[in-house]
Design a protein around this ligand. Structure first.
Ligand code: NAP
Length: 318
């Protein structure tokens, strides 16, 4: 009985491996538009796809980021500046893409741009803090997608949305996890809507990686700034000792765990763009696969116990 089961599992992985190895043809003629290419995953993906011969249209937030990327890549790669929170900027970028792709349409749209701050305990934050993050990570991503979908549909292409393991498990307060849960929801409905047109939608769920986003010094300063402007009763309820332990937890245990090999994530993105049979979801990093994802399937009380166990106790806790 166990032998049959082992053979069946082995066969399943063999068929999956074979399916996933098949690559789409004419990659050199295909255009891919990527947001947030100044740094991190977006930057590496732009360089990676350029090396592979694809036609990369890289959107950077700053002209400086765009210049640096152009200096490291071939003449095929083109850049545009894009702020995903600004409708005019998105319209201009969409027109720019349209002029380049013409009748071929856009093969790949990678919604990668994102921010993680301000992040802290929900009660320490203001409504505007939530709006700031949601504007970039969720609403910006939705507007970019809506503006470019006609071109993606024309190419029967791919939409690749960068979520996070924080879109499966809400680990920290603030808008970040909320935005990533939103991306999961948006992508799920989009996938079903676009299937009849031959467009595939993939979601990337990385664990924690060392990019600008996870710069320890900046994160600690940001939490400190949120605390400094928090209401006096919040400071009384949590206490300075809580803040110190919270900052220590971030700096000594959580942030040092970030992985350095960003290609674990960009390889998933590349597969989603180039494989004949891309996956619906890609989790990248051992922490995502072995810790956060399994925890997201655990009974809530168990996950809550593990996550609250590592947190300090507020001064006025019962
Ligand atoms: N690093 C991780 O551990 C991790 C884990 C899970 C998911 N992610 C997701 O991966 C994606 C890429 O992040 P990353 O880790 O590579 O961090 P990153 O290096 O900070 O990259 C984020 C990019 O987005 C750009 N950006 C910020 N605000 C923007 C705006 N309003 N409009 C357009 N672009 C904007 C940034 O530009 P500037 O550099 O000029 O600010 C930067 O190029 C994000 O969606 C993030 O949530 C990251």
């Amino acid at each position: 009985m166990w032998l049959y089961l082992a053979v069946l599992v082995g066969l399943y992985y063999l068929v999956r491996w074979h399916r996933e190895r098949q690559v789409v043809s004419h990659l050199r003629d295909k255009y891919v538009f990527i947001t947030g290419c100044d740094s991190g995953f977006g930057n590496l993906l732009a360089r990676q796809l350029d090396m592979r011969g694809m036609r990369v249209l890289a959107a950077c937030l700053t002209e400086k980021g765009a210049e640096q990327l152009r200096a490291q890549t071939s003449d095929r790669l083109e850049t545009v500046t894009l702020d995903v929170t600004k409708t005019e900027s998105i319209s201009a970028a969409a027109q720019w893409v349209k002029e380049r792709v013409g009748d071929r349409g856009l093969w790949g749209l990678v919604n990668n741009a994102g921010i993680s701050e301000p992040s802290a305990l929900n009660e320490w934050l203001t409504k505007q803090d939530f709006v700031t993050t949601l504007d970039v990570n969720l609403l910006g991503m939705i507007e970019v997608t809506l503006s470019l979908l006609p071109l993606v549909r024309k190419a029967r292409g791919r939409v690749v949305n960068v979520s996070s393991i924080a879109g499966r498990l809400s680990i920290i307060g603030g808008g970040y996890s909320i935005s990533k849960y939103g991306i999961e929801a948006f992508s799920d409905s989009l996938r079903r809507e676009l299937a009849p047109f031959g467009v595939k939608v993939a979601i990337i769920e990385p664990g924690a990686f060392k990019t600008n986003m996870n710069n320890t010094e900046r994160i600690l300063l940001n939490v400190q700034a949120v605390w400094d402007r928090a209401r006096p009763e919040i400071k009384e309820i949590y206490g300075e000792k809580y803040l110190a332990s919270y900052l220590k937890l971030l700096s000594s245990r959580l942030l040092p765990e970030c992985k350095e090999n960003l290609s674990e994530v960009t390889d998933c993105m590349e597969h989603a763009l180039t494989a004949c049979h891309p996956r619906t979801r890609y989790s990248a990093g051992w922490d995502a696969k072995l810790f956060y994802l399994p925890m997201s399937y655990m009974p809530t009380f168990l996950g809550d116990t593990i996550l609250t166990w590592v947190l300090p106790r507020p001064a006025k806790a019962l």
